[in-house]
Design a protein around this ligand. Structure first.
Ligand SMILES: *Cc1c(COP(=O)(O)O)cnc(C)c1O
Length: 406
């Protein structure tokens, strides 16, 4: 039985919502697999995946049943009590990764907030109050809380909100010499996205991550991998660090972890986890039974050879066709990324016009993403059907054709 709600339209957004977003002109109302329908019944193919979140598409039967089963049992108890889904999820994550311990929260920003606080705490406990500096990379993105925008360091996100968190510096990405020059015994952590997601789908070089690992070890600094976007099968491995063979001290995860249900996590070792003793950190909803029940179902499906190998195969299917389209219409200079996190770099002629490509795709019934003004990003479901990939890329080609002829 559903409760009737008053009808709403896109125009209502401009009247009742804080204007911090500029959503598309249509309102999605239903999804199934990699297809979405809007209020008018128009069908779209979804290569955006809710910004690398809907890892198993929309309304995946296993996730729907995990959620509804849990919804009929227990929604929330707070961390005054633990709960079965949270313990099951932690066990799965620990078994599948370098980590011994998990901390659950509700978003990527909150996971990074916990990671940065843990790094500072560890340094404080072990080496005293002078060791608190964090080194991040230029154009990184770690979330929108004050600490995480300060670490991200992009002025468009961090300026105009008063004093920032201090002790944070930024070095060019993939530049080991720059990191070497900046790191010191006052550094408590270096934080790196294995693939810079928001700022253009830029993969790290293996030697860079290996070098960062060694520098952190030399200076008693922790290596944090922000895997909020790259985690949970996105790159064809459960986590991108496994692709690179470089193990962090702390890993943050969110986005795909809940397949569309909000959840975040940090993963770390026993030795470091000790520093978050009782009372040092917390969050009311963290490890919520509903979120954890869904994330358990996500991991059961994603962390299988079928799905992970499928991601690698689907990468090739996307990449070869995108390269072909990019060349034919003079649109892309490069197609980069790993697994199903793919960035198409616009040619000089189309630089700054990723939004136009987004709009043209939408006109053809296709949802894509931007990653900054110069890159078109694809982050579809990891189980997107090959037929949907082909149909979606046909739509994308029509969009490219119309856009470049206009
Ligand atoms: C999306 C993202 C975040 C922020 O996650 P939220 O859930 O929006 O807080 C942090 N880091 C990276 C790499 C991301 O892609």
């Amino acid at each position: 039985m559903s409760v009737e709600q008053a009808p709403v339209q896109r125009a209502d957004f401009d009247q009742v919502m804080v204007p911090n977003y500029a959503p598309a002109a249509f309102i999605p109302v239903r999804g199934a697999g990699s297809r979405v329908w809007d209020q008018s019944g128009r069908e779209l193919i979804d290569f955006a995946g809710g910004i690398a979140v809907n890892v198993l598409g929309h309304a995946h039967p296993a996730l729907v049943s995990a959620l509804t089963e849990q919804a009929n049992k227990l929604w929330h108890v707070s961390n005054v009590f633990t709960n079965e889904p949270a313990l099951q999820l932690a066990r799965k994550l620990v078994d599948a990764t370098f980590a011994d311990r998990a901390f659950f929260c509700n978003s990527g920003a909150e996971a990074n907030e916990a990671a940065f606080k843990l790094a500072r705490r560890v340094a404080h406990d072990r080496f005293g109050p002078e060791k608190y500096e964090i080194i991040a990379t230029v154009n990184s993105f770690h979330g929108r809380t004050l600490f995480t925008v300060s670490v991200g360091g992009q002025p468009k996100y961090s300026d105009g909100f008063g004093p920032k968190i201090t002790g944070i510096s930024h070095v060019p990405y993939n530049d080991l010499e720059a990191l070497k020059a900046q790191i010191s015994d006052k550094t408590c952590a270096v934080v790196i996205e294995p693939i810079q997601g928001e700022s253009g789908v830029v993969p790290a070089d293996k030697a860079y991550l290996e070098g960062a690992r060694a520098l952190c070890d030399q200076h008693n600094a922790l290596l944090i991998f922000d895997e909020v976007q790259t985690g949970v099968g996105r790159t064809g491995e459960l986590y991108a660090y496994q692709h690179y063979g470089v193990v962090p001290d702390i890993l943050s995860s969110a986005k795909s972890l809940g397949g569309g249900f909000p959840i975040g996590a940090i993963l770390t070792t026993d030795e470091l986890a000790r520093h978050l003793a009782v009372g040092t950190h917390g969050t009311t909803y963290g490890g919520n039974p509903l979120a954890c029940a869904v994330a358990n179902a996500v991991l059961d499906i994603v962390n299988t050879p079928e799905v992970l190998n499928g991601v690698k195969a689907k990468h090739e299917r996307f990449k070869s066709r995108l390269q072909q389209i990019g060349e034919k219409y003079g649109l892309f200079s490069q197609v980069r990324g790993l697994g199903l996190l793919i960035g198409c770099v616009l040619t000089d002629a189309w630089k700054g016009k990723a939004k136009d490509v987004f709009n043209a795709a939408e006109q053809e019934g296709l949802m894509v993403l931007q990653a900054g003004p110069d890159v078109v990003r694809f982050a579809p479901s990891l189980v997107v059907e090959d037929a949907d990939i082909d149909e979606g890329l046909d739509r994308f080609e029509r969009a490219a054709s119309k856009l470049t002829q206009a």
